[in-house]
Write a protein that binds this ligand. Structure first.
Ligand SMILES: Cc1ncc(COP(=O)(O)O)c(C=O)c1O
Length: 342
């Protein structure tokens, strides 16, 4: 790692996550795949906070506090991990929280289970909206914020996945942490390493890519998309990276076509819809390593990684770090699909 690492000037942050998270070697699974496989356990950032979102929320909520907000608004799918992490993190810092959650029919909202149960227990207000309305969520955010201001409140809007430049600082910091992890492995940071993770709204990828560059880490960041396609993510991640570089005056040469690596082809049946082979792999990882991946994000990326390695065992080099970005609570709403596979 380069010396400059200590000179990275981070924006203000509230400490919410249990950091640093462990980096664990997956001996049995790695041997099977013929690689040195590690997992960055960002599912251990906290019990209710589990996952990648809290790293972003540390910076986003510091910004909300700086703006004297008293309520945060955010959005996601019904079982959104980001919304649950926001509800919990808001409770930790004494902010109210309102969630716009997407469902087929708001008149018949989904059962209160998994992440929704935790949202409600952490005191979040839930506004159910249709898929159509979700596409125009910016208007709904503005309407809700306007009404709250009229009531004398100070709302702060957090975009989907907290994937904006400020939130992405969470994964710039994570990249610095990964740099320390990697330098303590046999072969140190000189040994080429591929960092693999799931991408859904782009902020984790943007933070990892730019953070690795700022820290001078010789790693390749590879993102498996769980929705949309490669060109969509090059645009979304590219925009966040360019806004970060411009907004914080970072001296990084960045070329979206060259620096963003998306492996498309593993969305499967669609966002948050699982195939039996993906769920079987989840069970296999749990049996082999005692680690629970989630069906929507990490399970699909891990499945994609395994398929790519079967096709070409050398495609990621000798050392791979898979970032476990959390999501365990969505498993509990899928018991019906998982039980027949046991
Ligand atoms: C468990 C989990 N992993 C990965 C992601 C993807 O991260 P990002 O939204 O930063 O692309 C998300 C959220 O979207 C998530 O909840």
């Amino acid at each position: 790692m380069k010396e400059e690492i200590n000179k990275i000037k981070y924006p203000p942050r509230v400490e919410l996550a249990c950091l640093p998270t462990p980096l664990r070697r997956l001996h049995r699974f790695g041997e099977r795949l013929g690689i040195e496989l590690y997992m960055k356990r960002d599912d251990l950032t906290g019990i209710a906070l589990t996952g990648n979102k809290v790293r972003k929320l540390e910076f986003v909520l510091a910004d909300a506090q700086a703006q004297n907000a008293d309520i945060v608004l955010t959005c996601g799918g019904a079982q959104s991990n980001h919304s649950r992490a926001t509800a919990v993190a808001a409770a930790m810092v004494g902010l109210r929280c309102r969630l716009l959650l997407r469902t087929a029919d708001p008149a018949k909202p989904p059962p209160i289970e998994g992440n929704i149960l935790l949202d409600r227990m952490a005191g979040a207000e839930i506004v159910w909206i249709t898929r159509e309305e979700y596409r125009n969520r910016h208007e709904i955010f503005e309407r809700e914020a306007f009404a709250l201001r009229n009531e004398g409140r100070t709302p702060y809007i957090i975009p989907e996945g907290a994937s904006n430049p400020i939130g992405s600082w969470g994964y710039m910091l994570a990249a610095e942490e990964l740099g320390r992890d990697i330098s303590s492995l046999p072969g140190g940071s000189e040994r080429p390493t591929t960092i693999i993770h799931a991408t859904g709204s782009g902020g984790t990828a943007a933070g990892l890519i730019l953070g690795a560059r700022l820290a001078g880490l010789p790693v390749r960041v590879v993102s498996f998309n769980v929705c949309d396609d490669e060109s969509y993510f090059i645009r979304v991640i590219g925009n966040i990276c360019e806004e970060l570089i411009a907004g914080y005056h970072l001296t990084i040469d960045f070329d979206r076509q060259h620096d963003i690596h998306i492996i498309d082809g593993y969305v499967g049946r669609g966002y948050a819809i699982s195939r039996p082979e993906e769920l079987s792999l989840l069970c296999d990882v749990a049996r082999t390593e005692g680690i629970f991946l989630d069906p929507v994000y990490t399970g699909k990326a891990f499945y994609g990684m395994v398929q790519e390695l079967k096709r070409d065992p050398g495609c990621f080099g000798e050392r791979v770090v898979f970032v476990h970005t959390g999501g365990i609570f969505s498993l509990f709403s899928m018991a019906g699909e998982i039980v027949p596979l046991l």
